[in-house]
Design a protein around this ligand. Sequence first.
Ligand code: AMP
Length: 119
Amino acid sequence: MAYDPNNIFAKILRGEIPCNKVYEDQFALAFHDIKPQAPVHVLVIPKGDYVSLADFTASAPADLIAGYFRAIGKVAQQLGIVEDGFRALFNAGANAGQEVPHLHIHLFAGRPLGPMLAR
Ligand code: AMP
């Protein structure tokens, strides 16, 4: 799938739409999900035009891949969710219900999160 530069997270990255920012560095931006599904629900997105995990891992430069994954860990530390535990989730494509075509990981925390998949 070609990257759509008008997707909502691209607009957030360009500063055209506000976000409730948690963390930012040269590789990644993290912000609170607008419709949280847990007491803590944060999204971390890479600074680059990647639709999904497959696309990102195949095409992104190694420093961006490393920087993005390090940023995810830093965000989890900063949120204080490491000790009690959290869930990290990528939705990729139609079967996963991916709504926004810019790579993002969901970090969920703040309560026991139940089974890994809805039944
Ligand atoms: P996904 O289904 O994995 O593509 O998840 C997209 C997520 O983006 C959903 O949890 C939405 O609530 C969230 N979302 C959509 N628009 C915004 C926005 N403007 N700011 C923050 N989160 C958003």
